[in-house]
Write a protein that binds this ligand. Structure first.
Ligand SMILES: Cc1cc2nc3c(=O)[nH]c(=O)nc-3n(C[C@H](O)[C@H](O)[C@H](O)COP(=O)(O)OP(=O)(O)OC[C@H]3O[C@@H](n4cnc5c(N)ncnc54)[C@H](O)[C@@H]3O)c2cc1C
Ligand SMILES: Cc1cc2nc3c(=O)[nH]c(=O)nc-3n(C[C@H](O)[C@H](O)[C@H](O)COP(=O)(O)O)c2cc1C
Length: 818
């Protein structure tokens, strides 16, 4: 093949090398706009894995690079005058300039022609001579911009300002230095990449940047200001820029997260930063670029018969129909005319080869495989980017927790990862956590630390999340409920929530919901509560709710939110907005309706006292009655209960205040909220959630149970591990409130990471507890935590499980060593 490559960065050069290694007959021309030896940036960091990936296809280059790496283990976090050092992080770094020199030498030796000072545009007539044009022209790719519609480009310009500088000061550790100024915080990410040189990236919010006058300074002034700000870390070494061509404040950038739906168009194929970017704070841009190049060379050198058609995720036909390799696809008009009128290069015959290449299949495999990697990294990178953008949230943390939060910010590094990296440091964090929990001197997993809410002391931080069981008749809990809640209380969780227990027959979701509107129900609940108290250390919290417009539906497993076939009862809600086209249109509540509902909640609280519950939760989430008041997606009232958030809060707060007045002062109450409607700015946003949490807290809520969604059938939730935890983090640390996180948290490691990082005070698990009532005891066995209360009847089982898990862990470690 004859291939042009626009851009002589890591992606373009590594692609050229890998093509030549696969088949020296390929003709590869690399066109680089810069002069030889001129490049932006300083050092880049890699992981061992990236070097291994390089070594698989090009051991010679990998060996040269590996020999030149600067290597370091420690991360130093400087904050509030303290330095927190943790070890075992294992970074390697190299100068960008040196990396490019190595790649250029190798490419030239393999016969690649590199043309410097060769600025190329997408419509360059010389492309007609090439079979393919690889656009490795970086984050500001002209090719990508020219066909932006076709590539389905999505650019997210991030909030903070940063500048990429260098210094002769050599940092022994990867250094994060946070400095307070009168205009806000400024921080540096610094690491050594050569014996005499370090990268020094300075970052701050735009507000601070303007406040410090960086927007009005030329480069020399800006550098002098940074030198002053970070003088104590630089030991007199100067800072330098190698972007001297950028005038004034232009050297400061806002990071642009780029992703593309399609990576190829006609002869053009996007590679590296041209196709995607990942925030510099997770240091993976060069890795992605190098690995894209390896994969692209691999698929282009495979014949049609050997290409995998099912590699990666996604529907191939959808991808190809959505733009594919066909030039000028009508559904994705190009912003400029494609220079390749006529048939696209569907089939390329390798020069000297016999079998044709199926370009469509090759592109499918390339994009599907790489996109998966990119999405994973971009997810982590987004978490990391947001951490720095919301830094203010964590500044009240003590330095140790601040450092822990920083290290785990991307959610790629967890509690147990940190233990593997630096056991002593992590045990120090655990000791600190237990001390804060009132047990100084103890060091164990955070999930087992006690937690106090008013006079209720929880044995540990794990809770069984509320889950409707749809197994009651006329609201009466029965033997199923006794066994269900009894068993979960025996399983070791510190707190067990009841399912949404309804305050009236009409307030039920389904005919199977439990209720608490009469003495018989109170007595039936008392039987359960008494069992829990007599046989376990768990506390039990009554969740009270009213279904509103989502009521009168089938039991969960016969169709969530689907109306009954017969026997429907009339429903009411904040507004006459049906949940879906098949649900009833609810009656918009009148003031007398509100009075009646408020009194029903109060009566249920009083029955809850009779039953002996330890805690009460008001369910104001998931689109049910009170949630329907909070969310503008359901609440369309024009009176004082609709419109502004203050108005929408009015009735839920009134209900809460009445409940609080009826519930004993010494016992805690919580409120469950949907912290995000997943409907953009039209619905509740996480920012609103902070205000909602604060409003309930002012009336005596001790804990905000931060759930999300289920408030609209049009919601667009973004699922993933611990996907709602960021909302708990926000409510907790911006509102300074105690919170409980929930949502796809299923491993002890998740719980410990969330708690130690201060993202929540309690961790709720729902589905994991459905299938494993003993989740907490099992975690205690796995983590060899012996102080948990085990029901005496089960002691032998716990001991055996702990032994077996210990043995399994030892065998796994021995296998790893072997
Ligand atoms: C502040 C900062 C810190 C970073 N730190 C790290 C890190 O620690 N680790 C890491 O892995 N990554 C890091 N990155 C990201 C990394 O620099 C990129 O992801 C990586 O360089 C991508 O390689 P690439 O070859 O795709 O693009 P680039 O390296 O941008 O290369 C593109 C090349 O194309 C050339 N070019 C562009 N347009 C044209 C044109 N029209 N004609 C001819 N030539 C053209 C450019 O001159 C350039 O040489 C960082 C990025 C930034 C901004
Ligand atoms: C079967 C089932 C029933 C549920 N019922 C309730 C409920 O009654 N009240 C409530 O607030 N949440 C309810 N939820 C939501 C859970 O409490 C929890 O927020 C959600 O399942 C996410 O947690 P998970 O990923 O650990 O399952 C229910 C979830 C399930 C799976």
């Amino acid at each position: 093949m004859k291939i042009a490559c626009i851009g002589g960065g890591p992606a373009g050069l590594n692609f050229a090398i890998n093509m030549k290694l696969k088949d020296p007959h390929h003709e590869i021309d690399v066109f680089e706009r810069n002069a030889h030896g001129v490049t932006f940036g300083w050092g880049v960091v890699f992981s061992d894995q990236t070097v291994e990936n390089l070594a698989r296809t090009d051991p010679e280059t990998a060996a040269i690079i590996a020999a030149e790496f600067a290597h370091w283990d420690d991360i130093d976090v400087h904050i509030h005058g303290a330095t927190i050092t943790s070890g075992g992080h294992g970074f390697i770094g190299i100068g960008r300039k040196r990396l490019l020199e190595i790649l250029e030498d190798r490419a030239r030796a393999l016969g690649v022609a590199i043309h410097f000072e060769a600025e190329c545009g997408p419509d360059d007539p010389r492309w007609a001579d090439y079979d393919l044009v690889v656009a490795a022209d970086g984050a500001n790719s002209r090719v990508r911009e020219a066909y932006a519609d076709h590539f389905g480009v999505d650019v997210d310009v991030r909030a903070n300002k940063f500048v990429w500088l260098g210094t002769s000061k050599t940092f022994d550790a990867f250094t994060f230095a946070f400095e307070q100024t009168e205009h806000g915080w400024v921080w540096a990410h610094a690491y050594r990449f050569a014996p005499d040189c370090s990268t020094f990236i300075v970052e701050c919010s735009e507000e601070t940047w303007r406040g410090l006058g960086f927007d009005r300074m030329d480069q020399a002034e800006a550098i002098a200001t940074c030198e002053k700000l970070f003088a104590k870390y630089l030991d007199g070494h100067p800072l330098q820029s190698n972007a001297s061509h950028l005038v004034g404040s232009a050297a400061w950038l806002n990071f642009r997260r780029i992703k593309c739906e399609r990576w190829h168009h006609g002869k053009f194929i996007l590679l590296g930063d041209a196709a995607h970017t990942a925030h510099f704070s997770i240091g993976s841009g060069t890795k992605l670029a190098l690995e894209d190049a390896i994969k692209l060379a691999e698929v282009l050198n495979r014949t049609s018969s050997s290409l995998s058609r099912s590699d990666g995720e996604g529907d191939r036909s959808a991808q190809l129909n959505g733009g594919g390799v066909t030039a000028g696809n009508a559904s994705h008009p190009s912003t400029i005319e494609s220079p390749f009128d006529g048939p696209p290069p569907h089939e390329l015959r390798s020069r000297g080869g016999v079998e044709p290449l199926d370009l469509e299949a090759a592109m499918f495999e390339y994009v599907a495989t790489r996109n998966l990697e990119v999405l994973k990294l971009q997810n982590s990178a987004r978490n990391s980017t947001e951490w720095f953008e919301t830094l203010e949230r964590y500044l009240h943390f003590e330095p140790l927790q601040f450092a822990y939060s920083l290290l785990t910010r991307s959610q790629r590094i967890s509690h147990e990862n940190l233990r593997l990296r630096d056991r002593d440091w992590l045990e120090g964090v655990e000791r600190w956590f237990w001390e804060k929990a009132g047990e100084p001197g103890k060091s164990a997993a955070p999930m087992f630390a006690p937690f106090q809410l008013r006079e209720m002391r929880l044995e540990n931080r794990i809770t069984v999340s509320p889950m409707a069981m749809y197994s009651a008749e006329d609201g009466m809990p029965n033997d199923f409920h006794l066994v269900h809640y009894g068993q979960r209380s025996l399983g070791g969780a510190g707190l067990v929530f009841t399912e949404m227990t309804c305050v009236s027959p009409e307030g039920r979701i389904s005919p199977g919901c439990t209720g608490l509107w009469n003495e018989e129900q109170a007595a039936a609940w008392k039987r359960i509560v008494d069992f829990v108290h007599a046989n376990s250390k768990a506390k039990i919290c009554l969740q009270l709710g009213h279904s509103g417009g989502k009521g009168s539906t089938r039991v969960g497993w016969e169709g969530n939110d689907v109306p009954l076939d017969e026997g429907n009862w009339p429903v009411m809600a904040a507004s006459a907005v049906p949940w879906s086209p098949v649900n009833q249109v609810p009656r918009a509540m009148t003031r007398p309706d509100m009075d009646a509902v408020r009194e029903q909640f109060v009566a249920s609280v009083q029955f809850g006292i009779e039953a002996g519950f330890d805690m009460v939760e008001l369910h104001a989430a998931h689109g049910y009655l009170l949630s329907g008041f909070l969310t503008p997606l359901i609440n369309q009232r024009t009176d004082e209960y609709g419109g502004s958030l203050e108005n929408r809060l009015r009735f839920p707060l009134e209900v809460f205040a009445a409940m609080r007045a009826a519930w004993p002062k010494e016992l805690p109450m919580s409120v469950r909220i949907s912290a995000n409607d997943w409907a953009g700015d039209d619905g509740i946003t996480p920012q609103d959630a902070v205000a909602i949490g604060e409003a309930f807290a002012q009336l005596g809520a001790d804990l905000i149970d931060v759930s999300a969604g289920q408030t609209s059938t049009d919601a667009q939730p973004v699922y993933g591990r611990m996907f709602q935890t960021p909302f708990s983090d926000k409510v907790r640390n911006e509102g300074r409130l105690a919170t409980m996180a929930v949502g796809n948290i299923y491993e002890p490691d998740h719980a410990n990471s969330i708690l130690a990082a201060g993202r929540a005070d309690l961790v709720a698990l729902a589905r994991p507890h459905l299938i494993d009532p003993m989740w907490t005891l099992r975690a205690a066995a796995a983590l060899d935590y012996r102080d948990i209360h085990v029901p005496p009847q089960y002691l032998n089982g716990q001991a055996q499980l702990a032994r077996n898990l210990q043995r399994e862990a030892e065998m796994a470690a021995a296998n790893m060593r072997a």
